[in-house]
Design a protein around this ligand. Sequence first.
Ligand SMILES: *Cc1c(COP(=O)(O)O)cnc(C)c1O
Length: 227
Amino acid sequence: MQNIEKNLNKVRNNIAHLARRYRRDPKDISLLAVSKKKSAQDIRTAYSALQINFGENYLQEARQKMLELSDLEITWHFIGAIQSNKTRIIAEHFDWAHCIDRLKIAQRLNEQRPDSMAPINVCIQVNIDLETSKSGVGLEQVASLAEQINNLPRVRLRGLMAIPAPHEELESQRKPFARLRHELTLLNQNGLDCNTLSIGMSHDMEAAIAEGSTLVRIGTAIFGERL
Ligand SMILES: *Cc1c(COP(=O)(O)O)cnc(C)c1O
């Protein structure tokens, strides 16, 4: 078996194991394979092992791979920061965008989403640690931004996403994820219909699953270290 296939199976088994540990249904946790800086061939290998969802951070690189892989029915997620002059490419080629941090970006995606496609799925990126260096909106801005995005017909607000500051300890990793989970509950109590918590990477997947992650974004543990 190729490494990628072995790694994928390991990650899947790990997700199932953690789901049991934290009394979650493993079916509620999707695996997003983060393929940035990895080749189209690597994606093809993972796809042969039944991986459907792939995440990319760099648009030019992603478009090149999409062209090479147009024979496959991949669900593409854009997980990088979004500049407003890049929204059209995302609106025309991606199924999901995880890093929405201002209304203007959502409005542009709404205007530019082709009628032939389903509304684009989006998550609001939350700056959960209030680190000034990171992108994302503060917790106190989430509710109003969510309300406004929810009014855009060609954009479907699915939930919240975060990349917390790195911590070693499980308990410290869980805290910011717990805040995000609470915020998602509040949105749903206010009448929104959001089911996605896009949290968890290779090093903090357990903490994310413990706190309700519905989509873990895993690169290194599947494809190996990036150069
Ligand atoms: C690169 C990246 C990942 C994957 O990280 P790994 O540590 O390789 O699992 C997940 N989410 C985002 C937003 C990323 O940029």
